[in-house]
Design a protein around this ligand. Structure first.
Ligand code: PEP
Ligand code: MN
Length: 338
């Protein structure tokens, strides 16, 4: 429920109202606009409460939020959220491309990747230090050592870094070493992790679970927002379907729907959807056309030597070609890039 206050409501009245809300075991979250304050009431709100609040002379209106995802929905926040990472803005008119290897493998590999990305004018690199692998025998990532290498990349090249976080215990140190945290598909409904990334001051890319509905996906974002972190970027990365010809089915419909339903930036990972590098090109173009705000793409300096996801990682020259395609499609849909 949203309580819209009259512009002349005094701070004392606002405090009294917050107390009344808390008495009902509900959580009042005030948002101060240019002209007036709006209080979001989170929890199990009831119709009879709304009548009592509406009767207060400093209350303009009480509006129910019908969607289950109260904070992510456009009902709550009609203006789009712009997530700022350094001087990069997600969700604004500029399209954003994050590129980089699947994993941090060594100092030499990650520095090479960062310099390639920098040379192409990109500002944010992806690379995972913690790896969620299907097999315990596969490369598990460099862990904390990998985080340190990412920090070194930032210090030496100025490139900002994005990495996956899997364990609640690693959230503070990861938030201290990188510019964006990523919750991967396998952890989309790890609610303790969502709560923890909700408490840090670091933007979060939340990936859609491989079998999650759009509603479950938005509800996962809701956990992060509810715990205080407003800088959430949604990422569609393909879902499991009956189709086995490619790794996952990129749900373009979800991209369009997420933009329609939520105020959050939406990006697309064509690499984990495709599972092979050639499909990354058409999927990226489709994502831009459907309204995505950015891409998260895998690129490795030498894909055949990659410790993980080499088949879907672009060669550096392919990334350069992709960026040209991105620029052209962006121009066609009135977005700027590069
Ligand atoms: C990744 O981006 O490195 C990754 C593991 O992707 P996902 O969580 O989408 O499978
Ligand atoms: Mn990968």
């Amino acid at each position: 429920m949203i309580i819209v206050l009259k512009p002349q409501a005094t701070p004392e009245q606002v405090e009294n109202l917050k107390g009344m809300i808390q008495e009902k075991k509900l959580n009042p979250v005030p948002f101060e606009g240019e002209e007036r304050i709006v209080i979001h009431v989170l929890g199990d709100t009831r119709e009879e409460y709304s009548k009592a609040w509406k009767a207060l002379d400093f209350v303009e209106n009480v509006v129910p939020i019908l969607r289950p995802y109260k904070l992510s929905s456009k009902e709550h926040h009609a203006l789009k959220t712009i997530v700022r990472v350094g001087d990069v803005k997600f969700g604004d008119t500029e399209f954003v491309v994050i590129a980089g290897p699947c994993s941090v493998e060594s100092e030499e590999q990650i520095m090479r990747a960062a310099n390639i990305i920098k040379g192409m004018g990109l500002k944010i690199m992806r690379a995972s230090a913690f790896k969620p692998r299907t097999s315990p025998y596969s490369f598990q990532g460099l862990g904390i050592e990998g985080l340190k290498l990412l920090k070194q990349v930032r210090e030496e090249t100025g490139i900002m870094v994005e990495t996956e976080i899997m364990d609640v215990r690693d959230v503070p140190i990861a938030a201290d070493h990188v510019d964006i945290l990523r919750v991967g598909a396998r952890n989309m409904q790890n609610f303790d992790l969502l709560k923890e990334v909700g408490k840090v001051d670091c933007p979060v890319i939340l990936k859609r679970g491989m079998s999650a509905t759009v509603k479950e996906f938005i509800m996962a974002a809701e956990y992060i927002l509810y715990n205080g972190n407003k800088n959430v970027i949604l990422c569609e990365r393909g879902i499991r379907t009956f189709e086995t010809a490619y790794r996952n089915t990129l749900d373009i419909c979800a991209v369009a729907l997420l933009k329609q339903e939520t105020h959050l930036p939406v990006i697309v990972d064509p690499s984990h959807a495709a599972g092979g590098r050639e499909l990354v090109f058409p999927l990226s173009k489709a994502a831009i056309a459907a309204g995505a705000d950015g891409l998260l793409v895998e690129m490795h300096p030498e894909p055949e030597k990659a410790f993980s996801d080499g088949d879907q990682s672009l060669y550096p020259e392919q990334l350069a070609r992709l960026l040209k395609d991105v620029k052209r499609v962006c121009a066609a849909v009135d977005r700027s890039f590069g």
